[in-house]
Write a protein that binds this ligand. Structure first.
Ligand code: GDP
Ligand code: IMO
Ligand code: MG
Length: 428
């Protein structure tokens, strides 16, 4: 790939192996910036026999010349961030000196996690199936403004104290009177967060100004999306979505950088489809083949450990995601997982009441009723994880990739055939 600014975005419901791809492409960029979400994300990077799981720090951290930025569009749990920094700094040399956190980013507090747990429990079967990290309530407070606290405010303890007291008083009313639960102690929470602020102070900065200067200096920026387009709050399968713009739409609000500077938007998608949590999933496989994919793909959540729901690749949904993002290319990951399946299918469209749909449904009820139109493709028995060129893949695996290109109408630029950096075939 030539020197340019790149965006890596998930095309479905998350966990498409974006972390692996960001790590690889970081070698060709100077800056990696996360633009949305929080520690609901779990991004995996594997090299030299070790595996690293990241939730907040951008997946470029293992490249010593790369500056890592947590953009203003995130909601940050400072405790999780500090833990992640200390867990990884031995391998990610000099991380504290090359990690910046936007002063505009919003913060996650104990009341966010508490209200989310109470709400999901209260909803029972009607729950969203969130990661319970406080993401949605923190974004709700951001939109509400008067109950939100930004990263920069952690550096002003005197200002923070009365604000925390006021917010906790209000939240405690809901905990005790609506849910009959225990109140929080504002003084203890304030103490805890002031200490986090002291530790994070050297890294908190106006990252918009920093990024705009870096662009002017010709630095190459890699934008790292968390979650995926179908989890985007505006363009995803609402209400079973996350609370941020997980598509490329999140770049602008999440970093302050115009998406016009991005020369290469790459959408990452697994060779099949997975989803964690609730919500419609037209190509879901609930029988033996789905179980085999889960087993071969080790499909358990990186953040919560929950088993992921598995199904056939949904090119109808991907075509929608490709159009929403304005993709330049696709990265197909976990292609190796399909090896040895007794049958292989892709979804080419949806029908509702035997009528073909023209567009991906905006309505969750319609999506729930949609039946996938499935096309059978030739499976391959082989383990392809050792292949190092596209030509070395079995003909059936090559044909699968070509069919995806045809159905989505976007070229496949990379193919991943194992978790390690080395297990990557580039076609660019
Ligand atoms: P992300 O959230 O998009 O970064 O993806 P996750 O890290 O949550 O999930 C992807 C999982 O697949 C991780 O466990 C990766 O180590 C693993 N992985 C990545 N690429 C491949 C691949 O090509 N083949 C296989 N078998 N596993 C992969
Ligand atoms: P990465 O970046 C997969 C899902 C949750 C739930 C919904 C809302 O690793 O791809 P939230 O806690 O965000 O309010 O949960 O979104 N979800 C993810 N699923 N990968 C993720 O991130 C996810 N982040 C959130 O399971 O269905
Ligand atoms: Mg993940």
């Amino acid at each position: 790939m030539t020197a340019t600014n790149t965006c890596i975005v998930g095309l479905t419901w998350g966990d498409e192996a974006k972390g692996k791809i960001v790590d690889i492409l970081s070698a060709e960029h100077d800056v990696v910036v996360r633009y949305n979400g929080g520690n609901n994300a779990g991004h995996t990077v594997a090299f030299e026999g070790e595996t690293y799981k990241l939730h907040l720090v951008p997946s470029g951290l293992f490249h010593p010349n790369v500056t890592c930025i947590i953009g203003g569009g995130l909601v940050v749990d400072p405790q999780v961030l500090l833990q992640e920094i200390s867990d990884n700094e031995a391998k990610a040399k000099g991380l504290r000196r090359r990690l910046l956190v936007s002063d505009r980013a919003h913060t996650i507090w104990p009341w966010h996690k508490k209200i989310e747990a109470l709400s999901e429990k209260h909803l029972g079967k009607g729950k969203i199936g969130t990661t319970l990290r406080g993401i949605g309530p923190a974004y709700a407070d951001k939109a509400n403004r008067v109950t939100a606290i930004r990263m920069g405010e952690l550096l002003r303890p005197d200002h923070l104290r009365p604000k925390v007291e006021r917010i906790v008083r209000q939240k405690n009313e809901v905990f005790t009177k609506v849910f009959g639960d225990e109140p929080l102690d504002p003084a203890a929470v304030w103490d805890e967060y002031v200490a986090y602020g002291e530790q994070l102070a050297p890294m908190i900065a106006d990252t918009t100004a920093w990024l705009l200067r870096a662009l002017a200096d010709g630095k190459r920026i890699l934008f790292e999306g968390a979650q995926g387009t179908l989890l985007d709050i505006d363009h995803g399968t609402y209400p079973y979505v996350t609370s941020s713009n997980a598509s490329v739409a999140g770049v602008w609000p999440g970093t302050g950088v115009s998406p016009r500077v991005i020369g290469n938007i790459l959408g990452v998608v697994k060779a099949y489809t997975t989803r964690v949590g609730e919500g419609p999933f037209p190509t879901e496989l609930t029988g033996d083949v789905g179980d085999q994919i889960r087993k071969q793909g080790n499909e358990y959540g990186t953040t919560t450990g929950r088993p992921r729901r598995c199904g056939w690749l949904d090119t109808f949904a991907i075509r929608y995601a490709a159009a929403v993002n304005g993709l330049d290319g696709i990265v197909i990951t976990l292609l190796d997982v399909l090896g040895g399946l007794p049958e292989l299918k892709v979804c080419t469209g949806y029908t509702v009441d035997d009528k073909a749909l023209e567009a991906f449904p905006s309505d969750p009820v319609a999506l729930g009723r949609a039946k996938p139109v499935l096309e059978a493709l030739e499976p391959w028995p082989d383990d392809i994880s050792g292949a190092r060129s596209f030509d070395a893949l079995p003909a059936a695996a090559q044909a699968y990739v070509h069919r995806v290109e045809e159905l989505v109408g976007v070229p496949v630029r990379m193919v991943s055939i194992g978790p390690d950096r080395e297990q990557t075939i580039r076609r660019d």
